[in-house]
Design a protein around this ligand. Sequence first.
Ligand code: PBG
Length: 331
Amino acid sequence: MTYASYPALRMRRPRASAWSRAMHAENRLSPADFIWPLFVTEGQGVEEPISSLPGVSRWSVDRIVDRAREARDAGIPCLALFPNTQPERRSDDGAEALNPDNLMCRAIRAIKDAVPDIGILTDVALDPYTVHGQDGLLDEAGYVLNDATVDMLIGQSLNQAAAGADIIAPSDMMDGRIGAIREALEEEGHANVQIMAYSAKYASAFYGPFRDAVGSRGLLKGDKKSYQMDPANSEEALREVALDLEEGADSVMVKPGLPYLDIIARVKDAFAVPVFAYQVSGEYAMIEAAVAAGAGDRDALVLETLLAFKRAGCSGVLTYHALHAARLLNG
Ligand code: PBG
């Protein structure tokens, strides 16, 4: 009798039963992995569905508070807020971003008041406030000015911090803004307000539904390629991350998510810092479109894509599926 024809090792052995697969899993998802992006709009009792983001709505301040309670009850640690600013409050310079009573600040205060134990992350960039939909101030040629924009972003960050934001998340990709915002936060009494830098944010075709949600799609002239990164590049992402960390970022973000898992893995390997991913609106819409076309099972697609972020090295993921996924995991 000879045993030479048996495989030296049967890799399938540990996969044979559910208990064994659970025991050997290298990565796991939990509701604490999710940051839930929410869109806020004016009014009372308002829910406005967003057609390009099926299942996602804009909520008025009173109703967004209910979403915050649901998130807390499901174990989601943090919300990311985005305002749909009324057209008459948009301007060339996005000055509404500095208004202490703007929609964003009212939403922050209402949530902090009603649900004080959930974190609030706020996006810093001028696009929800400008008439041209760009993230910063323009010169006559339509180029987004760097340093003048950073001055506005400092004001926007201080405004959000004063309203109660816990994590300032600059998504604008201007040079030097992390250091400038960090310094201003320290000097103005917000030493414990964190910064999550959108460090590697690409000029992506996956942001379309988001721009519908904040009302900037129809306004945007041109593209954002003079500040957001070229999808061709990855070494450049490492330089962006290195700079943001030097300037005081507590954590960094890669955005979009799934098409950029290689960037997440490289950043995690190179810096060993908390890395977050933004599974953006177009990725969400893609999954929902696949489900609507009968091409896959929603729950399985959602959990598999989210687990992929953990495997790539993420500490957490901004995802529009956050509440659904958290509830699935809670059983
Ligand atoms: C704005 C901003 C964008 C997103 C987050 N913050 C859009 C953009 O840069 O045009 C996209 C998020 C998503 O698509 O879900 N600076």
